[in-house]
Design a binder for this molecule. Structure first.
Ligand SMILES: Cc1ncc(COP(=O)(O)O)c(C=O)c1O
Length: 294
């Protein structure tokens, strides 16, 4: 694989950052994860907006324009001939220019959905509305704890028992034909907002509000959402069945709707990527370092 380090594409084995980098020393930075379908970046503009908003909130100056970041992301997909993949952008604070890294990983085409189990635990990130590197210090131990308890996922509760977020995903509950998802204290995930739209399109009642663990425990269905894994059905919670302990009808319909949406968007994303690549590729096959890193 070729990774992008501060605007330069290098082989994975040569991709390195300084040991004095503040991300390495203090987890002082943020990241974003994008999903690639059939060689197209899904909803690139939304990710660029989130990157911009996060950098602004954390007062980290981006090293180049958002347009250039978009071009580098497209270039990463192109150089690595990615079909189904995840691409991660990491930005850390630095004295002069931030360290800016793009890494990627090929994924298998999503097959049959897995029915997963989850348990609940008290955990809460500082600045939960952003994907901070520091936040991972809370999320990853929560996930490890889930595995120790024989579960796949961990759902986080705050100190007052309100459901906030799962480790790396948003939480949805279906109860008596209404879809609930927490309103605050979590990352407003991009998949979450698409799922809310999909649910509204299907005529479901959607209630975006904070709720306690009692709602979670009396759910007919529970699912989690994130960009890479889309909609993740949770069929066991703290060792008990959720509903019938199988894929619920609402979750199933939303999964289908989301898939259809992705397929439709993929076509557009491929066309967009091709247009951008064609435009920037007029001068050379690949973008040069100077082109993207002024
Ligand atoms: C803590 C947390 N919540 C929610 C999400 C889902 O966000 P998105 O749908 O934008 O991937 C993520 C994604 O990594 C996450 O880390």
């Amino acid at each position: 694989m070729f990774f992008c380090i501060n605007g330069r594409f290098v082989r994975q084995s040569k991709a390195m950052v300084s040991v004095l980098d503040r991300g390495f020393l203090y987890a002082d930075g943020f990241y974003d994860t994008l999903r690639i379908y059939d060689g197209g970046i899904f909803k690139l503009p939304l990710h660029l907006s989130r990157i911009e908003a996060t950098a602004k909130a954390l007062e980290i100056r981006l090293p180049c324009s958002l347009k250039k970041i978009g071009e580098l992301l497209l270039e990463t997909v192109k150089r690595n001939k990615l079909g189904e993949a995840r691409v991660r952008i990491t930005v850390t604070r630095a004295e002069k220019k931030p360290t800016f890294v793009i890494t990627c990983e090929a994924l298998k085409k999503s097959g049959k959905p897995k029915m997963l189990s989850a348990c609940t635990m008290r955990f809460q990130r500082i600045q939960p509305e952003f994907k901070t590197l520091g936040g991972l210090a809370v999320l990853l131990p929560a996930l490890r704890e889930a595995k120790k308890r024989g579960c796949d996922e961990m759902i986080g509760l705050d100190q007052n028992g309100f459901v906030r977020e799962a480790a790396t995903s948003n939480v949805f509950v279906v109860r008596q034909d209404t879809l609930f998802t927490p309103k605050s204290g979590m990352l407003p995930g991009l998949t979450r907002s698409l799922v809310v739209q999909a649910a509204q399109k299907l005529g479901l009642e959607v209630d975006v509000k904070d709720f306690k663990i009692s709602v979670l425990c009396s759910a007919d269905e529970i699912f989690l959402t994130n960009r890479v894994r889309e909609i993740i059905p949770i069929v066991r919670l703290n060792g008990n069945k959720v509903g019938k302990g199988t894929l619920g009808p609402v979750t199933g319909r939303l999964m289908e709707e989301y898939r259809e949406y992705v397929e439709q968007e993929v076509e557009d994303a491929i066309l967009d990527s091709l247009a951008t690549a064609r435009e920037s590729g007029k001068k050379s096959k690949y973008l040069s370092h100077d082109d993207v890193w002024k």
